[in-house]
Design a protein around this ligand. Sequence first.
Ligand SMILES: [Fe+2]
Length: 170
Amino acid sequence: MRDLFAPYACPSDVLRLLLEEAWGAGAHLLQLDGRKAFIGICRYQDKDVDLNPHTDALERNLPAESGHSLKAQLSANIYIDIPESGGELELWGVEPTEDEYARLRGERTWGIDRDKVGPPRTVIKPAPGDLLLLNPRQIHAVRPSGDRPRITLGHFIGFHGEDRPLELWS
Ligand SMILES: [Fe+2]
């Protein structure tokens, strides 16, 4: 990623530095079993790909014995390119429990059928260069790109308390 952005700084690196400087207890990469997480995943969402309504929760993707629990999780998305038509972020403002989410997901391996959640409460059309923070434990989705691919950098910020470092991963 650094090579791709050179000679400019990779936006994910700048975000990490700013969080480390701004947050009293600092910010560092999430560590699991002595290994550091990657941050700054680049999502290349091709034309017509629907990123269905879903929620993101760190605990869902970790082995139960990891004992990892967060007080809150934020997404920080940096928008690199956005199609002329489509590619809007949709927000429902609803935070289902894990059980409720599993029921909504049904037989699907990932995400929720759009007809199960109705219309979103808010629709945002990001512009290249924007950074948006959202609560990923609330239902969100991305509308399909109508023309060119939608390119973003994704980051998660884990909050353990006011006096604890932020944890970062993708
Ligand atoms: Fe998400």
